[in-house]
Design a protein around this ligand. Structure first.
Ligand code: NAG
Ligand code: NAG
Ligand code: ZN
Length: 337
C-alpha cells in the first residue's frame, strides 16, 4: 500500500522534472487543462480581458508610449521561428520602451490569430468585439531585472504592447514577416531576416490605449505583465491574414499527425476586482451619451405607446388633455439627461 502511494507520488514529480509540459489550444491539452501543470493559469490577474464600459476608467496621467531604438537597421537581423504555438520574432536589446518609472527592454514579438473560416483571433476584445488577430511585443523591466526569464516571475517584470489586427489594405511592413512564414511552417524551424522599423508594425497613435495589470496569455501564465493595448488596430490584407492562418503547423516536419496552427488565442479571463485605465476620453463620452440617448428614446416610445393605449380606451372629448400629458412627459425625460 505504502509503495503504491510512493509510486503515485513519483509519477507527477518525475514529469515535473522535464523541461515543460506540452500544451495547446484545443483537445486534451487545451486551456482548460493548463492549470493542472501551470497553477498560475488558474489564478488571478489573468489575461486577456474584454475592454467594456463598466470596467474602464479614464486616467489623465497616462502618457504616450515612448519607444527607443525601434528603427532597427537592416544590417541587424531578427530570428523568425515557429515555436509550436506561434510565429515569434526575436528582437534586439537596443529596442526599449519607457513606462514611468521603468525602462523595459524588448525581447520578442509574436502573433495570435484565428482560422480561415472564422478569421477572428485577437486575445483582447473591445466591447465584446474580437479582432482578426493580435501582435504582442514583449519587454522586460531592465531597470530591475537581468533578463526576461528572471523578470517574468516578478509582479513588475514585464511590459507587453498589444496591437489589434483588422483586415483592409496590404501592409508592406507585415509582409516582411508574412512572406517568410512559408520557410518556417513546422515546429522548431527558424530563419534570419533583416532588421526593419518595428515602429511600422504599431498603429499611428501611441497615445490612445488601454492599460491594466495582467498575465502572460500562455503557460506558465505568470501574473507579471503591465499591459498596454492600443485603441486603434493595424491593417493587413485578407491575403496576408489567410497566409498566417494557413501556412503554419504546431507539429514538427516529421509528424505523422500534423496539427495546424490556428486559433492560438486564449479565452477571455475574468477581470475580478480589476479596472482598466484608458488614456483617452472622447469616444468614451460619446458612447455613454449615445447609450443615454437610446435609453431616453426607449422611455419615450414606451410612454407614447402607453398613452396611445389609454387614449384609444377614452372618449374622443379627452384628446386635448392627453396631448398635454405627452408633452409634459417628454419634457420631464429630456431634462434628466
Ligand atoms: C530608420 O532608419 C533608416 C536608416 O537606417 C532611415 O532611412 C529612416 O528614415 C529611419 N526612419 C525613421 C522613422 O526614423
Ligand atoms: C525526424 O524523426 C527522426 C527519427 O524519429 C529524428 O531523429 C529527427 O530529429 C526528426 N526531425 C525533426 C525535424 O524533428
Ligand atoms: Zn501573446
Amino acid at each position: 500500500m505504502y509503495l503504491l502511494f510512493l509510486a503515485l507520488l513519483a509519477l507527477p514529480s518525475g514529469q515535473a522534472a522535464s523541461p515543460g509540459h506540452s500544451w495547446g489550444y484545443s483537445g486534451s491539452k487545451g486551456e482548460e487543462s493548463w492549470p493542472k501543470n501551470y497553477e498560475f493559469c488558474g489564478g488571478v490577474y489573468q489575461s486577456p480581458v474584454d475592454f467594456h464600459q463598466n470596467i474602464l476608467q479614464y486616467d489623465s496621467t497616462l502618457q504616450p508610449i515612448k519607444l527607443s531604438g525601434y528603427n532597427v537597421s537592416s544590417t541587424d537581423s531578427f530570428t523568425l521561428s515557429n515555436n509550436g504555438h506561434t510565429v515569434q520574432m526575436s528582437l534586439v536589446p537596443t529596442m526599449k520602451i519607457e513606462i514611468e518609472p521603468f525602462h523595459y527592454t524588448a525581447s520578442q514579438l509574436h502573433l495570435h490569430w484565428g482560422q480561415k473560416s472564422t478569421p477572428k483571433g485577437s486575445e483582447h476584445c473591445i466591447e465584446g468585439k474580437r479582432f482578426a488577430g493580435e501582435v504582442h511585443v514583449v519587454h522586460y523591466n531592465s531597470d530591475k531585472y537581468a533578463d526576461l526569464s528572471t523578470a517574468m516571475k516578478e509582479s513588475d517584470g514585464l511590459a507587453v504592447l498589444g496591437i489589434l489586427i483588422e483586415v483592409g489594405s496590404f501592409n508592406p511592413t507585415f509582409e516582411k514577416i508574412i512572406s517568410q512564414i512559408q520557410n518556417i511552417r513546422f515546429k522548431n524551424q527558424k530563419i534570419q531576416i533583416a532588421g526593419f522599423g518595428v515602429r511600422e508594425l504599431l498603429p499611428e497613435r501611441l497615445d490612445e490605449y488601454y492599460r491594466y495589470e495582467g498575465s502572460l496569455t500562455t503557460p506558465p501564465c505568470y501574473p507579471s505583465v503591465l499591459w498596454t493595448v492600443f485603441r486603434n488596430p493595424v491593417i493587413i490584407s485578407e491575403e496576408q491574414l489567410i497566409a498566417l492562418e494557413t501556412a503554419l503547423y504546431c507539429t514538427d516536419s516529421n509528424s505523422s499527425e500534423p496539427v495546424e496552427m490556428t486559433n492560438n488565442y486564449r479565452q477571455l479571463q475574468s477581470h475580478g476586482e480589476r479596472l482598466v485605465s484608458v488614456s483617452f476620453r472622447e469616444g468614451l463620452v460619446l458612447t455613454i451619451a449615445l447609450a443615454c440617448l437610446l435609453a431616453v428614446l426607449v422611455i419615450m416610445a414606451f410612454t407614447c405607446l402607453l398613452i396611445r393605449t389609454k387614449r384609444s380606451s377614452r372618449k374622443p372629448s379627452d384628446n386635448r388633455n392627453v396631448a398635454y400629458t405627452v408633452a409634459a412627459g417628454v419634457e420631464e425625460n429630456t431634462s434628466k439627461v
